[in-house]
Design a protein around this ligand. Structure first.
Ligand code: ADP
Ligand code: MG
Length: 806
């Protein structure tokens, strides 16, 4: 076999060696090199690796029409590449499904420090490190920010001002000139069709003199402008047509990289090429080829190769819009493995043994009869969906999604009652102590109506009380426990945990969800996740890829949409005036300020000082309460209670009231420094008012923001819509998913390149394909899917706790 390859190599190289003889003396006489080489390539035995075949093909294409110098370079390159065709070591070949050892070696090689790449020494490596490029893999993923068209030389006569161009011409003038009291360096080029002036305002004269000797041919590229009737380029990039490696910088679509300090673009391109040539093929991802074919996408290694050095016929505008097939392929690759991981989790959870609850419940009937209102249709529908899940002998994994105030709590409570009626316990987890406390207060009323035992368990409780609650839980005396992360600490034991309700799940992340589920030994409890944050569909698909979704898309009848208005510091007195009127009618007012760090106190209002000011100057006829982050839980509780009862009419607060508080009498919310909040966060806050049939108001005071400016326009969205989903989409566009969700929990949503908003289509495609694959092979057990598992475990196992692939 090897011999056949050897033999072919000899035949393939013969015409090339002929061309190269006597320093290419015969080259001008050679015709039809492309045709000859293309035919030979077609005859190559199968042992020739796909990668090599492709690369040789690329180099051969168009070779006849190259300038002599370029042609020489190209021939040298082909000879170089074809030298060890067989790959003296078999590692140069890439079998369709390599054994895990080979993959592992690839991975290790990709993680080699970039310093060991040819052409990179310690100094250069240190500079690359400032850009986060430490390994060869990092360099491969260091992608161009844009692309420049340097495919052809433009005749000077055809230049246009305003565009970029590459010109090849002869130096006819070269030297410093006086220009408006400045010395500048000027070169005039001629290409036979016209004259082009080159200008330098900063220069080293000896260097330019040498580069632009009169009579020399040079290639320059840059932005073309018109000055005094002649075309010119200021500080152009210069290439010497004689220089080796020229084809890297001209005659192609040029990758433009983000700047790296101390590394010139040319050097950067050279080392990236080195990395791509030698290592891109090691980026294997093994997405089944039929999937890629169906979606018209490329394998990872080719995508990366194309991103750095797109072929001449690539679509330049698609490249610059980051929508080329290479960009798409890379995004698809990232999403595919995430979705595969989520799909695996989902099918695993679905198949695990769960509790089949009896869902006809007298407890539920009794409770509903006592409830002072009727469920909305959306609430009923969500409850039906939950009941169907609970009846199945598999664990429920459902997301209950709906805008603030739509009544998720009642629905979750109904699910809890079913579990309790079946003799199980329920745990409700809130993201903060104050929210746990508020839930507890709210649920206690509901529990009273239903006659079930409830308890609070948070880190802030006195140790003796904690012990009591833990004991009661272990004995099964508490039916419903409400708490924070303290609930899944090691020493909390349940007698019979049947349902876990998680409020505001995105603050916990997938991992904690699993941890709490593990609390029920043996059988997995059902899980219901409530989120008041309207998660854009894009994100829901990724974060909650393993959950079914119930949506409550209707508010209880009689609610009036909150009226939202925007103010500046100069006009804010109007907002406070309106608030005063509302308070006089017996309604309650929130004034919200951002939480501030010591270091930025300078130009921000502090809650304490502002409360003092309001007490004296604005709301002197009312009682003003203050709630802030540094207060102890019992203190907060006391203030909240007092506000709820009406002992305070005004509550000045940092964002601790962000979610969950229920004070129906509150009709005004003033938010100071609104510019510092995310739109979704503001929408959440606004949900604290408008919880009754009275008209409510939300007044946003933006500081240092000029009406009409960007920040102002962003805030305007809130005055225009009450649709939390639309607001969330806007937020996602502006701030990105990490910001949107709080980066802390979302390390696992970091992609190398993919972007949840821009590449949304690819996300959907990846999800479809990943789920389809899992339908055929639910545990990825087939031998041809083993490499997928390998990669999954490398990329996602840790982040998503996929024990079965790890
Ligand atoms: P969410 O948690 O979805 O933000 P809540 O469950 O806190 O909303 O409900 C908001 C308020 O609406 C609560 O005071 C609750 O008692 C009330 N509520 C819930 N469902 C209904 C309904 N169907 N009709 C009238 N009021 C309701
Ligand atoms: Mg709620």
């Amino acid at each position: 076999m090897r011999e056949r390859l050897e033999e072919w190599r000899e035949r393939f190289r013969r015409p090339l060696l002929f061309c190269a003889r006597r320093d290419f003396a015969l080259l001008p006489k050679v015709r039809d090199l492309e045709l000859t080489l293309t035919r030979l390539l077609e005859e190559a035995p199968e042992e020739l690796s796909e990668a090599l075949r492709r690369r040789l093909g690329e180099l051969v294409r168009g070779i006849d029409s190259l300038e002599p110098e370029e042609k020489k370079e190209r021939i040298k390159r082909i000879l170089e590449l074809s030298e060890d065709l067989a790959g003296p070591e078999p590692e140069e070949e890439f079998p369709a499904y390599p054994d895990p050892d080979l993959l592992k070696r690839f991975r290790e090689e990709l993680r080699t420090p970039v310093q060991f790449l040819r052409g990179v020494g310690p100094k250069l490596a240190a500079r690359l490190a400032t850009r986060g490029i430490h390994t060869i893999e990092d360099l491969l993923y260091f992608l161009p920010k844009s692309y420049e068209d340097r495919r052809r030389y433009t005749p000077i006569r055809e230049l246009r001002a305003g565009g970029k161009a590459v010109v090849k011409g002869e130096v006819v003038l070269s030297g410093p000139v006086q220009f408006r009291r400045r010395r500048i360096y000027e070169v005039v080029l001629s290409d036979g069709t016209g004259l082009l002036t080159l200008k330098w305002f900063h220069f080293r004269e000896s260097h330019l003199r040498e580069t632009f000797r009169i009579g020399k041919t040079v290639i320059v590229s840059g932005e073309v402008s018109r000055f005094g009737g002649r075309f010119e380029m200021v500080h152009p990039e210069v290439e010497d047509p004689e220089a080796p490696g020229l084809e890297l910088h001209v005659g192609r679509i040029l990758p433009v990289y983000p700047p790296v300090e101390g590394v010139s673009p040319k050097v950067l391109r050279r080392i990236v090429r080195e990395a791509v040539e030698r290592h891109a093929d090691k980026l294997v991802s093994y997405i089944p080829p039929e999937i890629l074919r169906r979606r018209r996408l490329l394998p990872l290694s080719e995508a990366v190769r194309g991103l750095h050095f797109p072929p001449d016929d690539a679509d330049l505008s698609a490249l610059n819009a980051e929508r080329s097939v290479y960009h798409k392929s890379l995004a698809f690759d990232e999403f595919f493995f995430l979705e595969l991981a989520l799909g695996l989790r989902r099918s695993r959870v679905k198949q695990a043994p769960g509790i089949a609850f009896r869902t006809a419940s007298a407890l539920v009937e009794r409770f509903l009869a006592r409830l002072p209102f009727r469920l909305t249709r959306a609430q009923e529908r969500a409850f039906e969906e939950i009941k169907r899940d609970m009846a199945k002998p598999f664990p429920m994994n459902r997301l209950l999604q709906g805008d603030v105030g739509c009544g998720k709590t009642v629905v979750a409570f109904l699910a809890a009652l079913i579990a309790i009626d079946n003799g199980y316990q329920v745990a409700l987890m809130a993201p903060t102590e104050i929210l746990a406390e508020q839930h507890y207060a709210g649920f206690r009323e509901l529990c009273g109506l239903a006659g079930v035992e409830t308890a609070l368990l948070t880190g802030g409780l006195p140790p003796s009380r904690k012990r009591e609650v833990k004991q009661a839980l272990a004995l099964g005396q508490v039916h419903l426990v409400i708490g924070t992360h303290a609930l899944f600490q090691e020493d909390v034991e349940f007698k019979r945990l049947g349902l876990v309700v998680i409020d505001e799940q995105h603050r916990f992340g997938v991992l904690q969800r699993a941890a709490l589920r593990d609390k029920a030994k043996g059988v997995s409890p059902d899980t219901l996740v409530m989120t008041a944050t309207p998660i854009p569909r894009t994100l829901a698909l990724t974060i909650y890829g393993d959950l079914e979704v119930s949506l409550i898309d209707e508010l209880p009848a009689g609610r009036k949409p909150v009226r939202t208005e925007l103010f500046t510091e100069a006009s804010r007195h109007l907002a406070y005036e309106k608030a005063r009127q509302e308070a006089r009618r017996g309604h309650r007012v929130y004034v919200v300020l951002p939480l501030i760090e010591e270091s930025e106190k300078m130009d921000l209002l502090s809650a304490t000082e502002w409360a003092e000011h309001l007490r004296k100057e604005v709301f002197s006829e009312f009682r003003v309460g203050l709630l802030h982050g540094r207060m102890s839980p019992p203190e907060k509780e006391r203030v909240m209670r007092a506000f709820k009862r009406g002992d305070y009419q005004i509550l000045v607060s940092t964002t601790v009231i962000e979610v969950g508080v229920d004070v129906p009498e509150a009709t005004v919310m003033i938010i100071e420094h609104a510019e510092r909040f995310g739109l979704s966060q503001l929408h959440q806050l606004r949900g604290r008012v408008g919880r009754s049939d009275r008209q409510s108001y939300c007044f946003l005071v933006a500081h240092g923001v000029s009406p009409g400016g960007e920040a102002w326009r962003r805030l305007r969205v809130l005055t225009e819509t009450n649709d939390g989903f639309r607001i969330a989409e806007e937020d996602l566009k502006i701030r990105g998913p990490g910001e949107f969700l709080g980066t802390r929990q979302h390390g696992y949503l970091e992609f190398r390149r993919a972007d949840l908003v821009r590449d949304y289509e690819m996300l959907l495609a990846a999800r479809e394909e990943a789920f389809r694959l899992l339908e055929e092979d639910p545990a990825l057990a087939r031998p041809e899917h083993q490499p997928l598992k390998e990669i999954l475990s490398e990329r996602w196992a840790e982040r998503l706790r996929l024990s079965e692939v790890a």
